[in-house]
Design a protein around this ligand. Structure first.
Ligand SMILES: Nc1nc2c(ncn2[C@@H]2O[C@H](COP(=O)(O)OP(=O)(O)OP(=O)(O)O)[C@@H](O)[C@H]2O)c(=O)[nH]1
Ligand SMILES: [Mg+2]
Length: 476
């Protein structure tokens, strides 16, 4: 059982708080009956007679009482709540594939709350998070990857992330994955047929043909998996941590990149003691920028904890910017940071280039040999920030995602499934080469095909669905 579809659900679809308009959605077998308890069309017609996909003016009325206790009848007189525009979308031509009614009223929390209560007392149930989209999936309106892309579309942080989410919602990733899966299924059918007719000595597929086919599949899967890193960044944002000893200007750089006074800046070393995180777009890439506590030897317990968090942030970051004070020569703390293993992958940024320089690129080369990425900036005067943004982009997105026909894996669940498929096909290929039994090859190919099927939801379980839709908000 992948979720019951026999009841009628309702939920407020607009965000909480006040708004010009608030929208309430009702979906299910009895959506029209339920809605007709609270919707009175101004035309005097019954809601059931309203043509589909046509807006109509209505009064919204509900019981004076709250939701009645079980077994009791609704007795309260009807009370006018608001006037609204109402649209009926008859299934299967609706988002969920079921009969849907949407009520557009004034966006006040009390109005929407009373409307919701009225619908519940008329027999609807409050929808669970993502339940409308889940129903769209269960009714075959969307596959699972497309359903997930609905959420990505809402959450997209930059124009590029939105384009990718929309392409996945249109089914481009699904088509690509299904193509690979169906190639595997064809190969599997040949192998299984060969097993069924083993005594008759009929060869259904030649070993070299099978190897060639599996090689092509492996290549496609590898490419998809490689796109996963870029994809994750487009979907969730890349974590970029600013690190350095106290007072080098980390918080100043954060503020300069954000173009706002987000972090406290003072001339006192040890100002920042906790992690600060802000989202921004750097050259179109969604970035979660972290300002950290300056790393140095100290006995102050608060600072020690801050430094511990700075180090954790470094471990988790997609990119670290190690900031140095160009108006001073390298200190012991600087040298210690530069000798950490993670520093070779960091961008080295010399700040305060507006002041007389005491730190040259040569000094850095000697302290951190072979490090090519050194930039000079002034956080307070915003000098060199464009070059820094470009360098950040270059580090985060070295490859070209276009190489994959524009298909990019942005979702960790998909990446895990592709990895599993890759292992299955790789195993199968080794077995073919070693001349192992057909049953073994078939088993590995079946695992691979099923893993790919989980992406689009051809193969799915309650557990997968629960995990996918738990991320959604109520009303979506
Ligand atoms: N001249 C000049 N001063 C700067 C520049 N960037 C930062 N400063 C100054 O350096 C001092 C420290 O700046 P912060 O941004 O607080 O440094 P921080 O690295 O965050 O320091 P902690 O939070 O203590 O680790 C402040 O007085 C800033 O005004 C710069 O580019 N040029
Ligand atoms: Mg600071």
């Amino acid at each position: 059982m992948l979720g019951a579809l026999d009841d009628t659900i309702c939920a407020i679809a607009t965000p909480p708080g006040e708004g010009g308009i608030g929208i309430l959605r009702i979906s299910g077998l009895h959506a029209l009956d339920v809605a007709s308890h609270v919707v009175r069309l101004r035309s005097g017609n019954a809601l059931q007679d309203l043509p589909t996909h046509r807006l109509a003016l209505a009064d919204i009325c509900a019981d004076n009482t709250d939701v009645p206790a079980a077994g009791t009848k609704r007795t309260g007189a009807l009370r006018f709540i608001d006037e609204a525009l109402v649209v009926v979308m008859k299934g299967p031509h609706s988002f969920t594939g079921e009969d849907v009614v949407e009520v557009q009223c004034h966006g006040g929390p009390v109005i929407l709350d009373q409307l919701c209560r009225g619908l519940i007392s008329a027999g609807a149930r409050l929808a669970a998070p993502g339940e409308f989209t889940k129903r769209a999936f269960l009714n075959g309106r969307l596959d699972l990857a497309q359903a997930e892309a609905v959420l990505d579309t809402i959450r997209a942080k930059t124009a590029r992330s939105l384009t990718l989410a929309q392409s996945q919602r249109r089914g481009e990733l699904s088509r690509h994955v299904e193509e690979i899966r169906s190639e595997l299924v064809v190969a599997l059918a040949h192998i299984e047929a060969a097993l069924d007719f083993a005594e008759e000595d009929i060869s259904f597929v030649r070993q070299d043909e099978l190897l060639r086919l599996l090689d092509v599949t492996l290549q496609k899967l590898r490419r998809l998996l490689q796109s996963g890193r870029d994809g994750r960044i487009w979907r969730e944002g890349a974590v970029v941590a600013i690190l350095g000893r106290p007072n080098v200007g980390k918080s100043s750089l954060m503020n300069a990149l954000l173009r706002s006074d987000r972090a406290i800046v003072t001339a006192i070393p040890g100002t920042t003691r906790d992690l600060l995180e802000e989202s921004l777009s750097i050259d179109g890439i969604p970035v979660r920028l972290l300002d950290t506590a300056g790393i140095r030897m100290t006995d102050d317990p608060v600072e020690v904890e801050g430094i511990r968090r700075s180090r954790l942030a470094w471990t988790d970051a997609d990119l670290a910017l190690i900031l140095l004070d160009g108006s001073q020569s390298l200190s012991e703390s600087d040298r210690a940071l530069l000798s950490e293993p993670g520093s070779t992958r960091a961008l080295l940024v010399i700040n305060k280039c507006d002041l007389p320089g005491q730190l040259s690129r040569g000094d850095l080369d000697r302290a951190c040999p072979g490090h090519s990425a050194i930039l000079e900036i002034s956080a307070t005067l915003s000098i060199g920030l464009d070059e820094l943004r470009q360098a950040i982009r270059g580090r985060l997105m070295p490859g070209t995602w276009e190489s994959n026909d524009g298909v990019l894996v942005t979702n960790l669940r998909h990446a895990v499934a592709i990895e599993q498929a890759l292992q299955g096909v790789d195993q199968a290929r080794q077995s073919v080469e070693a001349g192992r039994a057909g049953e073994l090859i078939a088993m590995d190919l079946r695992i691979a095909a099923d893993a790919l099927g989980e992406i689009t939801g051809v193969i799915t379980t309650d557990e997968i669905l629960d995990r996918v839709f738990a991320e959604f908000c109520i009303g979506k």
